[in-house]
Write a new protein. Structure first.
Length: 665
């Protein structure tokens, strides 16, 4: 280890990277991978460290900004007054501290507070002019939000017209009732596609491009704030604002309470804690606001939140258990994912025996060690997470976690690629990788070998009948062996499989390039390469500079392609495929509808239609020279949708991808 190594700096860097990634997933992608609780916990750690080491605070730290960036494709609305977040408290002592600072700043002996449920939805700003709803916007990054006016209008608890003529900006929370959330999730049959929490579902529903769909989701709104109240206005208290909003026929929370002094607030929170699960809307805490509005100016605000309010967050169910083992799993691209094996323990009604640890950096940042007692929690989300080790409970001297150096399956050295936080097994012969590689090769967007399910592939693998991609094309010679192997593959089924495998030889070059599993080469890039180079032998000869000159191909992709074709194993694979008669050329028809807006566009499909998706894919390719991919990425132009609750649909909406519901094929 060099002298320059600074463990604190490293730790801060790790935390910042984690938080930045989570913020991006939460705010920009709309698909959080950690719960608010875990985010808050980690942020607290960072705040504490930065407080202790102020010289290590950098402008890019998540502590230095509000929220994430506004989505780039929705119409933007600039907030006249910043939409702020709220300071958090997790203990009553933090509330007492908050109370003391308010007393000090205001010079008052006792403060009156207004207590409101903290609804777990999305904050919105509603502007009314001449009594009519003019615009509705999401918070976005606090300064610029997204225009969701048309969608907001569909919310039945939102009055389109109010009995107040002056321009007024009202803020509140859009959410789904627990009942509606359950209903929406119940309609989604695929387990993996269900919304992971209520807030997510509300967000996906509000940020639709088609208000008709939003309307079907039955969103709700509760309001709690007026921004530009006239100076001469008679309302002097937050509780008065709530009353006034009620008069304007907005819905406000029933449970709002005015309390004198912080101890009464705490008392009230205790009561709230008892009834919180009986409420029909999702709450993750209580908001405590200074009731006297004229104190707001005196108290002021930080860059992130007002100083006259604080959110008390309820603690999620937490259990402590022993971490027995840290294992690593290997994906198709060789990426390593760490998993914690736990001593089974009951949590929120189910038995938990494993939790995800993401990557080595995550484990190191949290200093989690094998045989540690760890705190495990579930907060809204379905997958359990580890908060961190209980350091006081470390009895023996436990060894610090050291990232695995070797692949758990094949033993070859793991590598980091570029500045990716993940580790990879780069051995092409790795069992885990090659099994995954076969699964990828036969999949729909690749060689599309129908009937060859993951289960069958695994069975064939276990019987040593299918160990590599090239083995696929030799299966036809193993009919008796396969039928005798008791794999539940009968005569007819075997013939069907072989036919599908034989047919796959005619697949287009673009499919084959994608099927080869070249790292960073997705189906869109594969198609581009096929169009440009026309056949495999041209592509194999291409050099780094030529690739770099190709549109949409950056350094990472170019390097990856060059490396792929520099590997003799890959060359052997391609030569073998050629000997089996697999097509190596790009096939085009010249009858494309070149004037269509869909010409050469990239599509994704969700839901089922009157003809199979493969057929739709083929027709789109033939009609528009289109690319059809299986997941929503930046390259997708259109999502053809018939399932409005799928993950693809949600992602498309979040990324402003156009939705098509007509049969354009
Ligand atoms: P957070 O996002 O955890 O920082 O909490 C701040 C958010 O809480 C605000 O932006 C609002 O969206 C939300 N919130 C929910 N209920 C209330 C309430 N009664 N008063 C203020 N903010 C609330
Ligand atoms: Zn390996």
């Amino acid at each position: 280890m060099s002298n320059q190594f600074d463990p604190i700096k490293e730790k801060i860097e790790n935390l910042k990277q984690l938080l930045t990634q989570w913020e991006y997933q939460y705010y920009v992608l709309n698909s959080p991978t950690v719960s608010d609780f875990e985010y808050d916990e980690t942020l607290k750690q960072l705040i504490a460290l930065e407080k202790q080491y102020p010289r290590l605070v950098t402008p890019d730290s998540p502590t230095q900004r509000v929220g994430g960036k506004a989505s780039s494709k929705l119409a933007k609305i600039t907030h006249q007054t910043k939409m702020m977040s709220l300071a958090n408290a997790f203990s009553y002592n933090e509330l007492r501290k908050f109370d003391n600072s308010i007393k000090k700043e205001s010079g008052l002996n006792e403060i009156e507070y207004c207590l409101e449920p903290k609804i777990d939805g999305l904050s919105v700003s509603l502007k009314y002019e001449n009594g009519f709803l003019k615009t509705a916007a999401t918070r976005g990054d606090g300064l610029i939000g997204e225009d969701i006016t048309n969608n907001a209008r569909t919310i039945k608890t939102l009055p389109i017209k109010i009995a107040y003529k002056e321009p007024i900006e009202i803020r509140g929370e859009v959410f789904l009732t627990k009942k509606n959330f359950a209903k929406i999730n119940a309609q989604i049959l695929d387990k993996d596609k269900k919304f992971s929490n209520c807030r997510n579902a509300a967000s996906g529903s509000l940020r639709q491009l088609d208000p008709k769909i939003t309307a079907k989701r039955n969103l709700s709104l509760l309001v709690y704030q007026i921004i530009n109240k006239n100076e001469e206005d008679k309302i002097k208290q937050q509780s008065g604002i709530i009353e006034f909003l009620k008069l304007l026929k907005f819905k406000v929370a029933h449970e709002i309470k005015v309390c004198l002094g912080i101890e009464e607030v705490i008392n009230q929170i205790e009561k709230f804690n008892v009834i919180k699960n009986t409420l029909d809307y999702p709450i993750d805490g209580v908001v405590i606001k200074v009731n006297q509005l004229d104190l707001y100016k005196t108290l002021g605000q930080t860059s992130k939140f007002p100083k006259w309010a604080i959110a008390y967050k309820f603690a999620p169910a937490i259990v402590t258990t022993k971490l027995k083992q840290i294992i690593a799993t290997v994906g198709r691209t060789g990426r390593i994912t760490y998993v914690a094996k736990l001593q089974p323990v009951e949590l929120d009604g189910s038995i938990v025996s494993a939790a995800t640890l993401h990557n080595a950096q995550y484990i190191v940042a949290k200093d989690i060690r094998v045989n540690d007692w760890v705190k495990v929690f579930k907060a809204g989300e379905i997958i359990p997470k580890i908060i961190g080790p209980v350091v006081e409970k470390r009895t023996e001297k436990l060894a610090k976690f050291i990232p695995f150096e070797k692949c758990p399956i094949c033993g070859s050295k793991l590598e980091k690629i570029g500045d990716d936080v993940d580790q990879y097994c780069i051995n092409n012969d790795c069992k885990a990788r090659s099994l995954q590689a076969i699964i990828h090769y036969v999949s729909r967007d690749c060689m599309n070998i129908e009937g060859l399910s993951i289960k069958i592939i695994e069975k064939l693998w276990d019987h040593n009948l299918l160990k590599s991609i090239t083995d696929l094309y030799e299966l036809k010679n193993k009919k008796q062996e396969i039928i005798n192997a008791n794999l539940h593959i009968k005569d007819k089924m075997f013939d069907k499989l072989i036919l599908a495998i034989e047919n796959s030889k005619k697949q287009n070059l673009s499919n084959l390039i994608f099927a080869l599993g070249i790292r960073h080469v997705g189906s869109v890039i594969a198609k581009k390469l096929a169009q440009i180079y026309q056949n495999m032998s041209n592509l194999m000869k291409v050099n780094f500079e030529q690739l770099m000159a190709t549109k949409d191909v950056g350094e990472t992709i170019a390097k990856s392609i060059v490396n792929f074709f520099a590997n003799t194993n890959n060359i052997n694979l391609i030569n073998k495929l050629i000997s089996f008669g697999v097509n190596m050329s790009f096939l085009t028809t010249s009858n494309f509808e070149k004037d269509s807006i869909y010409y050469k566009k990239c599509f994704c499909i969700t839901g089922s239609f009157d003809i199979p998706r493969n057929e739709i894919k083929m027709r789109l390719e033939q009609k528009y020279d289109a690319t059809v991919v299986n997941s929503i990425t930046n390259s997708v132009d259109y999502l053809i949708a018939n399932d409005f609750s799928s993950t693809k649909y949600k992602k498309a909406i979040a990324n402003n991808i156009k939705i098509i519901t007509e049969k354009i094929w």
